[in-house]
Design a protein around this ligand. Structure first.
Ligand SMILES: Cc1cc2nc3c(=O)[nH]c(=O)nc-3n(C[C@H](O)[C@H](O)[C@H](O)COP(=O)(O)O)c2cc1C
Length: 192
């Protein structure tokens, strides 16, 4: 799948099949994360792969909106090294996780970024060293949502701001003048 196609198709998946994710795919996801850019190339990240169901249940208990972490066969805990890169650790780790998420879509896997969690509880559960901060959790697995009407509706209506709301030309608030080729359809120009 092409990168833009994967970006278009990606959406948060909150219901998963029990089907395990082959290590070949998991490896590619982590490769995608590993190759991400980072400030001064410090690569201040570490990824903890959690497959154990009991541990996933404990992790789910640390999250306000992450009950589905029990369902997804894999949870990736994205950690940033605050000591190695005090200014950029969160941004760098987020970029790496987004690489991973887009790669997952391209490989037919569903993911969800989880940002609401009790960091102290997670740190003790995962025995994190003090320099590692939890940036986000990502659930990974095969989506079950195709069968779930509620999730399908949610996806159908997930709104995005229009480009003219979020883009300026030269100075803030000045409308962008597009010179688009005819091959770029309006749908491609503005996703939802
Ligand atoms: C920083 C951040 C934190 C998020 N935290 C959660 C979360 O705790 N639980 C959850 O179910 N979704 C979470 N999401 C997913 C968003 O709700 C989702 O990306 C957004 O509604 C857009 O929907 P889409 O991903 O399907 O396009 C988070 C996303 C981001 C980027």
């Amino acid at each position: 799948m092409e990168v833009l196609e994967a970006i278009r198709r990606r959406r948060s998946v909150r219901s998963y099949l029990e089907t395990p994710v082959p290590d070949d795919l998991l490896y590619q996801l982590l490769e995608a994360a590993r190759l991400a850019p980072s400030a001064a190339n410090i690569q201040p990240w570490h990824f903890i792969i959690v497959k154990d169901k009991e541990k996933r249940a404990k992790i789910a208990n640390c999250c306000s909106y992450g009950r589905f972490l029990v369902e997804s066969p894999i949870v990736i805990v994205g950690c940033g090294d605050e000591k190695a890169s005090p200014r950029w650790y969160a941004i760098d780790t987020s970029i790496a996780l987004e690489n991973l998420i887009i790669a997952a879509t391209g490989l037919g896997l569903g993911t969800c970024w989880i940002g609401s969690f009790d960091e102290g509880k997670l740190a003790s559960l995962l025995q994190l060293p003090r320099n590692l901060r939890v940036i986000a959790l990502v659930s990974v697995g095969y989506s079950r949502e195709r069968k779930d009407l509620g999730a399908r509706l949610l996806h159908a209506i997930r709104p995005r701001k229009r480009l003219d709301e979020i883009v300026s030309l030269e100075t803030y608030g000045k409308a962008m003048q597009w010179n688009l080729s005819t091959t770029l359809s309006p749908k491609e120009g503005s996703i939802n």
